[in-house]
Write a protein that binds this ligand. Sequence first.
Ligand code: AP5
Ligand code: MG
Length: 217
Amino acid sequence: MRFVFFGAPGAGKGTMAAEASKEFGLPHISSGELFRAAIRECSPLGLQVKELIGRGSLVPDDLTIKIVHERLASPDAANGWLLDGFPRTIPQARSLSEIDPEDYVIDLEVSDEKVIERLSGRRMCGKCGRSYHVTLKPPKVANICDYCGVPLYIREDDNVESIRRRIETYRVQTAPLVDFYRSRATLVPIDGEGDATSVWHELRILMARLMGLQLVD
Ligand code: AP5
Ligand code: MG
């Protein structure tokens, strides 16, 4: 089954896709993580996108479509995937529908206030990619990943100016995809405003139903 996790920055796409990947055994493919890995490796792509991402602008469609399509061609994505952060523009959505169409688009709906609260307190593990929050989802030991034991870092684009630009970019370039997916009858809205445990509780039941699976607990 092929799921797109859709929503504003900070809606919880990465957090929920990570839970769903564990639960349903589908690969979690985050376009943002693909770019951040390229930046860490200082690859030519990384050098090209570093500044754009830092200031909260979108990477051009041709580069984004190429890197995501390459990832979707990997053997582990042959029988389904969880796409997080892609598509974000109409050309990206069209490209996906041509090469590997989605079954469902999970639209995590959240207010701007929540987005700002969540992103300004987010902390990331550079090793496993898990995200934490200083108050909403703190690690067991302050600033250390529960799983890897390494210090957490703050994403370069999690500053007030970039957060504002990302919200604006979402409104102008990405929100129009809601109508695109509504017209394809694949859009499934879910209230993403609650805490991470309660949103995941709802989403787990919803995804199992969409996949025709019986949950054991
Ligand atoms: P990307 O990495 O996709 O960032 P984003 O869309 O800005 O979204 P975030 O990762 O910030 O939010 P999220 O929804 O994943 O929230 P999370 O689960 O972490 O993209 C980064 C950049 O790369 C873009 O700005 C662009 O430059 C470029 N890019 C990527 N894809 C692109 C594309 N397709 N086209 C062009 N450019 C592209 O949660 C946030 C925080 O809240 C965490 O601290 C988490 O612990 C906490 N949290 C999550 N859910 C809850 C909850 N329910 N309750 C309380 N806390 C919660
Ligand atoms: Mg994310």
